[in-house]
Design a protein around this ligand. Structure first.
Ligand SMILES: [Zn+2]
Length: 151
């Protein structure tokens, strides 16, 4: 794998690890990663709440001006459980497309669809670039250098 490909793969792997850590850290009481929006309040899913938990312990975010109901829905839709599912799926994509010889569809320079392009293990598959973009690596940005930090 080229240094550029290695760096992008390593950067993306580090970005996934960072998101996973944030999700684990956000688990309510270390156990409840599924949240629901209840109006403008975000709460731990009721089936995950213990019988001794009071309302305060069940609340993740509540409305004193923010979040709005729409923001609460967004927060709940991006709860730790969903983030961990996404990270697991992205790691599977990295394993399929990163650092291994394989074939993948790509768009050529004319925007046409090439359905069967071979990538050697030292080449960067566009799927890796797209995954990196999802974690904040900007298209057209210079490939990360060794040691670049994920934010
Ligand atoms: Zn690929």
């Amino acid at each position: 794998m080229t240094a550029q490909g290695e760096n992008l793969l390593a950067w993306t792997t580090a970005a996934i690890t960072r998101r996973e850590q944030l999700a684990f850290d956000a688990l309510s009481h270390g156990r409840a990663g599924r949240w629901i929006a209840n109006g403008a309040t975000v709460e731990i899913a009721p089936e995950l709440v213990g019988p001794k938990d009071d309302a305060f312990e069940q609340t993740v975010a509540f409305n004193e001006g923010a979040p709005t109901e729409e923001q609460a829905e967004h927060i709940a839709a991006n709860d730790p459980e969903s983030v961990l599912r996404r990270c697991t799926a992205d790691r599977k994509l990295l394993a399929l497309h990163g650092g291994v010889a394989h074939h993948c569809p790509v768009f050529d320079d004319d925007g046409g669809h090439d359905a069967w392009v071979a990538f050697y293990d030292h080449e960067t598959c566009p799927v890796i670039e797209l995954l990196a973009e999802g974690y904040g690596f900007a298209a057209g940005q210079t490939s990360p250098s060794k040691g670049d930090q994920v934010t």
